[in-house]
Design a protein around this ligand. Sequence first.
Ligand SMILES: NC(=O)C1=CN([C@@H]2O[C@H](COP(=O)(O)OP(=O)(O)OC[C@H]3O[C@@H](n4cnc5c(N)ncnc54)[C@H](O)[C@@H]3O)[C@@H](O)[C@H]2O)[C@@H](O)CC1
Ligand SMILES: [K+]
Length: 500
Amino acid sequence: MEQGGSLLTVGEMTRADALAVEAGVPSLRLMEAAGFAVARAIRHRWSPRRVTVLCGPGNNGGDGFVIARLLRAAGWPVTVRLLGAREHLTEDAAVNAARWHGPVAPLDLSALHGADLFVDALFGAGLSRPVDGVAGSVLDALSAHPERPVVAVDVPSGLDGDTGRIRGTAARAALTVTFFRPKPGHVLGHGPRVCGDLVVTDIGIPPTVLDMIGPAAALNGPALWSLPRPGPGDHKYTRGHAVVFGGPVMTGAGRLAARAARRLGAGLLTVAAAPEALPLYAQDAPGVLCRALQTPENVGALLDDARLNALLIGPGAGRGPHTAARVLSVLERGRPTVLDADALTSFADDPGALYDAITGPAVMTPHDGEFRALFPDLADEDTHTGDRLARVRMAARRAGAVVLLKGPRTLIAAPDGQVIVNANAPATLATAGSGDVLAGAILGLLAQGLPARAAAAAASWLHGAGARLGPPGLLAEDLPEAMARAAAEGTGEGAAGTAV
Ligand SMILES: NC(=O)C1=CN([C@@H]2O[C@H](COP(=O)(O)OP(=O)(O)OC[C@H]3O[C@@H](n4cnc5c(N)ncnc54)[C@H](O)[C@@H]3O)[C@@H](O)[C@H]2O)[C@@H](O)CC1
Ligand SMILES: [K+]
């Protein structure tokens, strides 16, 4: 998890299972391995105690029967409750129900008595409608008794594995054991809250099936990108020349962004801003170059220098036609560009004009409000209930840009449909100026030649990792140094993974 890697949707996981079976791994062996992995995780965490396994009618319930058998063989007192009739079990689940030689009682509220630990094997990947009826009542009642831990098999029943939405209800687990690869639902929406600790286990599916599946989502981590490292032959120009279009009045945003870009290795950094604001930028950082800008046309003259190879516009820019005009002239050159804050909201009346102007590599970094301004039909009222992954994917396709949607889980979508989920951000990042630092970090990495998606993913990950290293009472001002430290302290360079 820490290094990053594929997230498999429910459909992709079904395909992985099928490909494994085609490759000669019997489905019953997969189920045995799944049940074994959960039983092992339970025995690793708890001493023997009374367990009730709640089994559903599908293969999730089949895993439950394996768990019951293995725990009982280890000497634990185990009872099984089944939802529905035995004759409705799937084929593999029925085989394992037959191998379970203990009693099976129907699922009802009396299941809540007589156990110290519950295994939730009601529904997994096959959840097809909201959980209600007796299953819903039992799961609700379990949530009311947190002193009796619940272990979820694959996903807490009721959690949608693709989105992290809860369909009907779900019992909050202390531990969720999933198979082969994590699913988007484990890390999005309500997933982190209801999954508890997440353990991902190998059940014998050959990793080569991933080449055939080509998963469309990944969990962010250093395995997905590699950071630029200066070599002995480098000089400042080979490390890139970044430009921050600084605001005329709100100079703090541009200053934070400039500092982050430089700390992450940009060789040169120019702040281009209104003449009256330049002394503020210059005083703040003697190492930055300053260029006066008055009209959008000045941008043309500045960018005639082809060495200026990565641009950031938006932070502190002010919302309105003036900023929109400047953004359009910046984008004309097709150079790698980060569009943040007012560079986005200034197009609220005509988002199409922004999409059309993007011809080169671009990263947009909206928070939910800015996202809504640019993609009103894709926005969502509640970050926990919607399908953010699908929405941000559509936005990136439409804009022809990398869209980095900020939130407790930041999503980074590329126009080709790939989405990276960043899950390492602590809540301390919710502080003024933190987004400006992120935009500047992306800029700094773009200047050093990282492709747009990799720059956005790496910066997002370093943002979270840096915040964890930062001092108590973290300020945005602390982040550039902390992120540089996170970058230096090993980001798993050389780790195996799929580069983006
Ligand atoms: N496919 C495989 O080869 C493997 C699957 N495994 C397990 O199998 C699970 C998926 O199994 P299935 O595809 O059989 O699906 P599930 O076991 O998740 O559930 C499907 C069954 O539940 C019913 N159902 C769905 N939602 C319901 C609701 N809200 N209320 C009442 N009934 C509902 C369906 O009608 C169907 O009978 C995985 O989550 C995993 O635990 C593991 O054994 C590993 C191997
Ligand atoms: K489950």
